[in-house]
Design a protein around this ligand. Structure first.
Ligand code: FAD
Length: 407
């Protein structure tokens, strides 16, 4: 049934789906987004990075985000026992946005998807993609609605923005193991009732466990007096028989300063657990398809890079999809894979040195040269693709040198 034909079909209406579909629509292409959930729906990934603003702006999606009243964010605070170090993103090395937001994703994702829809993107909610077929003339996308009715839609090109759903990696057998060990996360929203006047709601607070350097907590304040709180833990330290909420509370109690800060907090919902979220794929693109955001690779939550990478991938892919649909030959390896991986590899390098402890020493080292501090700050602000920054151009070697200086 070729009557439902589109230039591009996008799987998933999360941040990467909204950005890619908006840009394509603005370029005059017909776009259909198939989304299995109904918005608003919960998602993890609530602290944005300033670099993400660039891509929201490019997709004409920034204004509704600004108007939504999300919690302003200008940096990050890292805490290890009684020591604190903070980064103000406005002091970064790279040019561009120095501030952003901390967002409840239910609201944020709905703002983006609604704005994309108002611009002319067609979104079908409650449609789960179950199969795809690459036919000679078109890509056939099969899905079911909540009543079990089956549908087929056709397009010239398919963008997978299905996040942790990882639709194409599963259907096309593209999944490969992550280079990171399995980690787990427990998290919830709290009415934080924080009374400490020194607490800065404009920054994410990352706290390192007093005993285990690979256990860390996030506290992400929102604009309505609530916060997201979570802990990342290797499986060996988890008690599988223990209730999630109780276990999260137990971990919080072990980090004295965080426990004191949140002493009056009320848990709004039971804690949830995600296990083994790091993921990889054997390729990011193929004949008439591309993987975006979390449907491609997911590293680790520690630097809040997920949404930024998702938006970067959507922005980069949109221009190339438009060219391909217009009949141009696109070299996806050099124009998508390689540029996208540059930033992902920068973050990977930071994540690896976070967990081996060396980056933690660097962040807490007091006598860093100011220029170096600004370069590190840039990457923490998401500017992981700016090759003018030596910590992007040659991340691993630079961090190794710095590690020696700061040890
Ligand atoms: P998603 O936001 O996951 O959207 C995918 C959409 O596809 C969903 O709406 C889903 O319903 C839909 N879908 C799935 N399967 C199908 C299907 N078969 N058919 C149709 N639709 C489908 N990132 C940050 O930037 N900041 C953070 O602070 C942060 N913290 C994190 C903490 C943890 C513990 C974890 C695990 C991740 C965190 N992330 C964070 C990462 C962040 O969650 C993701 O990177 C981000 O949501 C990816 O966006 P996306 O658009 O690729 O996918």
């Amino acid at each position: 049934n070729q009557q439902h034909a589109f230039d591009v079909i996008v799987i998933g209406a999360g941040p990467s789906g909204a950005v890619v579909s908006s840009i394509l629509n603005q370029q005059g292409l017909s776009v259909l987004v198939l989304e299995k959930a109904h918005f608003p729906r919960f998602s993890i990934g609530e602290s944005l990075l300033p670099q993400a603003m660039t891509y929201l702006e490019a997709a004409n999606l920034l204004q509704p985000v600004v108007e939504a009243g999300f919690q302003y964010k200008n940096g990050a605070v890292f805490r290890r026992a009684s020591r604190c170090t903070q980064f103000d993103f406005r002091e970064k090395f790279s040019s561009g946005w120095g501030t952003t937001y901390q967002v409840k994703r239910a609201a944020f994702d709905k703002v983006l998807a609604d704005a994309a829809e108002q611009q002319g993107v067609q979104i079908k909610y409650g449609y789960t993609v179950t199969a795809v077929n690459f036919l000679a003339e078109a890509v056939e996308v099969c899905c079911v609605d909540e009543q079990g009715n089956a549908y087929r839609f056709y397009s010239q090109f398919l963008a997978d923005a299905s996040g942790f759903g990882r639709v194409l990696p599963r259907l096309l057998d593209l999944e490969t193991p992550s280079c990171f060990p399995v980690r787990q996360s427990l998290f919830t929203h709290i009415k934080d009732n924080i009374v400490d006047e020194n607490f800065d709601r404009n920054k994410i607070l990352i706290t390192i466990h007093p005993k285990y350097q690979d256990v860390w907590y996030w506290l992400i304040p929102f604009s309505d007096g609530t916060s997201s709180i979570g802990v990342v833990v290797p499986p060996a330290l988890m008690d599988e028989d223990e209730d999630n909420t109780h276990q999260l509370q137990q971990f919080i109690s072990e980090a004295t300063e965080l426990a004191e800060l949140t002493a009056n907090a009320e848990f709004i919902n039971p804690a949830q657990k995600i296990v083994g979220y790091s993921a990889n794929v054997s390729k990011l693109w193929g004949d008439r398809f591309v993987l975006l955001g979390n449907a491609a690779e997911f590293l680790d939550p520690v630097f809040s890079s997920g949404v930024t990478i998702a938006l970067k991938s959507a922005h980069l892919a949109a221009g190339l999809i438009a060219k391909q649909v217009a009949g141009e030959t696109v070299d996806w390896q050099t124009r998508y894979h390689q540029p996208l991986m540059k930033g992902i590899d920068t973050f990977r390098c930071f994540v690896e040195s976070w967990y081996d402890g060396s980056l933690q020493n660097i962040l807490f080292f007091r006598q860093k040269e100011q220029g170096v501090e600004r370069m590190i700050c840039s990457i923490l602000a998401g500017y992981a693709w700016d090759e003018a920054n030596p910590y992007v151009a040659d991340c691993s070697r630079r961090l190794n040198v710095l590690k020696e200086l700061c040890s």
